[in-house]
Design a protein around this ligand. Structure first.
Ligand SMILES: Cc1cc2nc3c(=O)[nH]c(=O)nc-3n(C[C@H](O)[C@H](O)[C@H](O)COP(=O)(O)OP(=O)(O)OC[C@H]3O[C@@H](n4cnc5c(N)ncnc54)[C@H](O)[C@@H]3O)c2cc1C
Length: 298
């Protein structure tokens, strides 16, 4: 197979990039290991994508896919396995095939590290969340648990303390890893309570929503939501040794250019402080624009 622009990953970043590149007149193949939509497919309700009133992640994914296809994008279901450059051409191996392209937009996303405790999977989308901006507003005035002790956990605990009646931070160590300034702010909040040297044994509920968590000392904490911030894992393994990575995230400039000319990265997989559908879609548009500039100068 051959195309001008190969997009790896069909989440919001990849489908946005693919649509913009196809609309600019390029032949575009977009591949995905699973299904178009990426993490959108795990979102029960999304209410913060600009211009779209509350909708399901599935419906938004369908609309991203339909629009990209209407611009001429060819979507294929295959997992990209390796990438190399031969002269100016990129060769990506996927599903036993080789795809040759002038530019590659890498939009393979990231996955949240899970606790692996009982109830975590069952209550995902029913109180268990990995994103405070996304789901915090659904728990206004309720009791919230935050698991983790790094910058994200502390920042998001502070954000959630403005929404929830109580925020309980559960951290497995005796000290936080997050910045001192964040620790000071957390300590100063009257409705934030700390549970140090504690882990979550189970997340309990009534089938419809979370009711409590059981901690490692056997105590039970009544909460309606559990926000888990114990790390994000970028899906960037195939770029190791090929492009510059920082803790696995693809290093880009503001134009989504990576350390390899002609390779662009967009969305959750790249070094960025904020991971949302709108930022991923914005990155995708920028990456397609940069790919256009790059191809014109070949
Ligand atoms: C439960 C949940 C709720 C969320 N709620 C919200 C919300 O309310 N609002 C909001 O703005 N954001 C929300 N987010 C975050 C948002 O979904 C992500 O920021 C966004 O989807 C990132 O888009 P992306 O395209 O970068 O990556 P992803 O959506 O992760 O898509 C990446 C795609 O790449 C594919 N892929 C990976 N590796 C390969 C490979 N080697 N070859 C081929 N394909 C590959 C994957 O299968 C996937 O389809 C939520 C996320 C989750 C998990």
């Amino acid at each position: 197979m051959e195309c001008d622009v190969l997009v790896i990953g069909c989440g919001p970043a990849g489908l946005s990039a693919a649509g913009y590149a196809a609309r600019a007149g390029y032949s575009v193949i977009a591949i995905d290991a699973l299904a178009p939509g990426g993490q959108l497919l795990y979102i029960d309700e999304i209410e913060n994508y600009p211009g779209v009133s509350s909708t399901s992640g599935f419906a938004l994914a369908e609309s991203f896919e339909k629009q990209a296809v209407s611009f001429g994008v060819s979507i294929e279901f295959m997992k990209a396995e390796s990438i190399r450059k031969e002269g100016d051409a990129f060769i990506v191996t996927a599903g036993g095939d080789e795809i040759k392209s002038k530019a590659v937009i890498f939009a393979s996303g990231a996955r949240h590290r899970h606790l692996g405790c009982q109830g975590e999977e069952e209550y995902q989308g029913k109180g268990v969340s990995y994103c405070a901006t996304c789901d915090g507003p659904f728990f206004k005035g309720r009791k919230i648990a935050v698991v983790g002790g790094g910058d994200t956990a502390l920042t998001d605990a502070l954000y959630l303390s403005k929404l929830g009646s109580e925020v309980h931070i559960i951290h497995r160590r005796g000290e936080f890893r997050g910045q001192k300034v964040l620790q000071d702010r957390v300590m100063a909040k009257e409705n934030i309570f700390l549970h140090m040297n504690a882990t979550v044994q189970s997340i309990n509920g009534d089938g419809k929503g979370v009711k409590s968590v059981t901690l490692s000392d056997g105590s039970e904490l009544d909460v309606n939501a559990v926000f888990i911030f114990v790390g994000v894992i970028p899906n960037s393994e195939m770029l190791e040794g090929f492009a510059e990575l920082d803790k696995g995230f693809v290093v880009t400039d503001g134009h989504m250019r990576t350390s390899v000319p002609g390779l662009f990265a967009a969305g959750d997989v790249r070094t960025t402080p904020f991971r949302q559908v709108v930022t991923a879609a914005g990155d995708g548009a920028e990456a397609a624009h940069s790919a256009d500039e790059y191809i014109q100068n070949l």
